[in-house]
Design a protein around this ligand. Structure first.
Ligand code: NAP
Length: 262
């Protein structure tokens, strides 16, 4: 049976991915940093779908913890067929813009939204090349890897996600030689707990600016992740970042959202 490791899977898009891979019959690793109870709940829901599931506590922004997590996963399931680099997010930014930005804020956002994916991908690729059937890596970026988010001053988040898109291209080219397929999804606004900080009025405003008429759900992202991980369907898609945003990034209105999330 195949095994998929999803980072940041205690809730939101990562949890949606864990459940989608479980539904496809993969054993699942549910990574979290601090929300162990939520992660265990998602793992239990995966088990109820008939697969094995375990939680893996690790701060993936820490290279040592990320590598150890992938090694534990491979020890537990004997293989790694899919890695979804999902953990990430735009942490509340300190007041002021780039001029006042503390270096720690920059470092933290780059570590979480870019370096973490590289740490996990490197550890996973090392195991995958040794396997008879190489696997796939799916990165979760953001439309803000391509479209600025200047009004919210989320500059390091955007820069990190842009880096993740390029990491996907470069790794896609480098690892396809081993049969490992690397691709990326760039979501627009997806309704998860990350949006809890916004009022209903704000969220209605954001939704109105999306041509689809509403934000997406974790399942909208998870279904594509499952497709990209299935090389019988996606083998000729290499190093790509695919936007899934209900048209949000097409209409040019994105930076006019005064307080837009993601
Ligand atoms: P979320 O609801 O805030 O969930 C984030 C998940 O990541 C949680 O499971 C959290 O677990 C985990 N996590 C955070 N930091 C971690 C770390 N250092 N190590 C391990 N796990 C960590 O986020 P989301 O909205 O589902 O977003 C998921 C991904 O999609 C992110 O990469 C985000 O940038 C991207 N995205 C989201 C949207 C959106 O509108 N929601 C749009 C574009 C892109 P703990 O609580 O245990 O830390």
């Amino acid at each position: 049976m195949k095994a998929a490791l999803i980072t940041g899977a205690s809730r939101g898009i990562g949890a949606g991915c864990a459940l989608a891979f479980a539904r496809e019959g993969y054993h699942v690793g549910v990574n979290h940093r601090s929300s162990a109870a939520d992660a265990e709940q998602i793992a239990q829901q995966c088990r109820e779908l008939g697969v094995e599931a375990e939680i893996f506590a690790a701060d993936v922004a820490d290279a040592g913890e990320a590598h150890a997590m992938v090694e534990h996963f491979v020890e537990r399931f004997g293989r790694i067929d899919v890695l979804v680099n999902n953990a990430g997010g735009a942490l509340r930014m300190p007041p002021g813009g780039f001029i006042d930005m503390p270096t720690e804020y920059w470092d933290g956002q780059i570590a979480l939204n870019l370096s973490a994916a590289s740490y996990c991908a490197q550890a996973a690729a090392r195991s995958m090349v040794a396997q008879e059937v190489p696997g796939a890596i799916v990165n979760i970026s953001s439309i803000h890897g391509d479209v600025t988010w200047v009004r919210r001053k989320a500059l390091p988040y955007s820069a990190a996600k842009a880096g993740l898109n390029m990491l996907t291209k470069s790794l896609g080219v480098e690892l396809i030689e081993y049969g490992i397929n690397v691709n990326c999804i760039a979501p627009g606004l997806i309704h998860t707990k990350a949006l809890d900080r916004y009022s209903e009025r704000d969220l209605n405003g954001f939704n109105r600016k999306i041509p689809f008429g509403a934000g997406g759900t974790p399942a909208d992202i998870a279904e594509l992740a499952v497709f990209l991980a299935d090389k019988s369907k996606s083998r000729f898609i290499v190093g790509q970042t695919i936007t899934v945003d209900g048209g949000q990034s097409i209409d040019g209105a994105i930076d006019s959202m005064l307080d837009d999330p993601f």
